[in-house]
Design a protein around this ligand. Structure first.
Ligand code: NDP
Length: 342
């Protein structure tokens, strides 16, 4: 069984050379009573937060137990879709599809307390269950509806808007009758947001020298909701342009993951006088919304109101490049790796 691990802890932007492909033997004969399973991974999710787990222990402690640090040599847990190939767990049979925490590997062993569930593809491609119907979808759905509490006609700004979570936040916001502006890091991404995903406006943040005035240009009447995926100076500029009682959902701060010197420092007098609410959240806090999210999203996929945006690399070998690419802005939509045929 081939699996990826890190060579050493990673403190800034990850490179392919930071990873090691290792081989282990994984016996298909499980100890009776162990309730373990072995699954063959089909699609693995590639997520920015993993980088924070790969930092030295002092940094990874900040994940507050949600996603603990990864040590060099250790297998890397990740969300994925897989098929059971051996099972001592009475609830799962060989051949069944599952979704949940597996590893960056061809095959993963799932313990009796593994975070996994049976997967009914409901007629959708398996990749949808990693992206739009998976954790990214729930993050966008719960973060936008529960944290931002949108009202019709409100003005919404989304950063990393062509990414996995961002593109869905924009699409959900449009379905809620909001005015939506997204920013992304290239011209084709900006075009896609406006032409394919229905964003009212979009801009390339790399071409802007003064983000504060850029946001004034796109939001002459101010921002009601900022869905933050990037942190740092974008968050500061967004807060400076917020309306009274505006909401900032801090989903992620990717620009700070690769630069320990970078920290958002929004003007707290703006926050006080405009009564702005800035709230961080974890998708896992909103697992209670999962069924509602799945049924709403499936309906909207079937009606064509939602457009899935996927960016799939092929094969286990491609994982380090795919992962490093998140921090270069390579991906358009949900980044995942196809490990094996269904
Ligand atoms: P994306 O698909 O959005 O991929 C990352 C994108 O971020 C890149 O494509 C790039 O797009 C952009 N980016 C990378 N580096 C920078 C930078 N220095 N400055 C600005 N933009 C940058 O990833 P996800 O949708 O999976 O995640 C988006 C955010 O949400 C991340 O911060 C992640 O950690 C967070 N997250 C939080 C969850 C939660 O429960 N709170 C759950 C899932 C994700 P571009 O070309 O536009 O620069």
């Amino acid at each position: 069984n081939k699996y990826w691990t890190i060579k050493t802890t990673i403190e800034d932007a990850p490179k392919e050379a930071d990873f090691d492909l290792k081989t282990s033997t994984l016996a298909l004969s499980l100890d009776p009573g162990s309730k373990e399973m072995i699954v063959k991974n089909l699609y693995l999710s590639i997520d920015p937060y993993q980088l924070n787990r790969m930092k030295s222990s002092s940094s990874s402690q900040k994940t507050g137990g949600f996603a603990t640090g990864i040590s060099p040599g250790q297998e890397i847990e990740a969300f994925g879709v897989a098929r059971v190939v051996a099972s001592d767990n009475p609830e799962y049979e060989k051949g069944e599809l599952v979704a949940g925490l597996v590893t960056w590997a061809e095959y993963s062993k799932i313990g009796s307390n593994g975070i996994i569930r049976k997967l009914d593809p409901m007629g959708f491609p398996l990749s949808y269950h990693v992206g739009i119907l998976g954790f990214s979808g729930l993050t966008a759905y719960a973060g936008f509806l529960e944290v931002c509490k949108p009202k019709r006609g409100e003005k919404v700004f989304v950063s990393a808007a062509s990414g996995s979570v961002g593109n869905l936040v924009g699409q959900f916001a449009k379905l809620h009758g909001c005015y939506v502006v997204g920013c992304a890091g290239s011209k084709p991404k900006v075009q896609l947001l406006k032409e394919k995903l229905g964003f009212d406006e979009a801009f390339n943040y790399r071409e802007e020298t003064d983000l504060n005035s850029t946001l004034k240009r796109y939001f002459p009447d101010g921002i009601d909701i900022y869905f933050d995926n990037v942190g740092a100076e974008m968050q500061e500029a967004a807060v400076a342009n917020m309306n009274t009682f505006g909401r900032v959902a801090v989903c992620g701060v990717i620009s700070e993951y690769t630069d320990s010197g970078k920290r958002a420092a929004p003007d707290m007098l703006d926050v006080i006088y405009k009564r702005i609410k800035i709230q961080g959240f974890l998708a896992g806090d909103h697992i209670g919304l999962f069924q509602e999210f799945i049924s709403t999203t499936c309906d909207r996929l079937r009606s064509g109101e939602l457009c899935p945006l996927e960016d799939i690399s092929d094969g286990l070998d491609s994982i380090p490049f795919a992962f490093a690419g998140l921090f270069r802005g390579d991906n358009i939509g949900k980044k995942m790796v196809k490990i094996a045929e269904e």
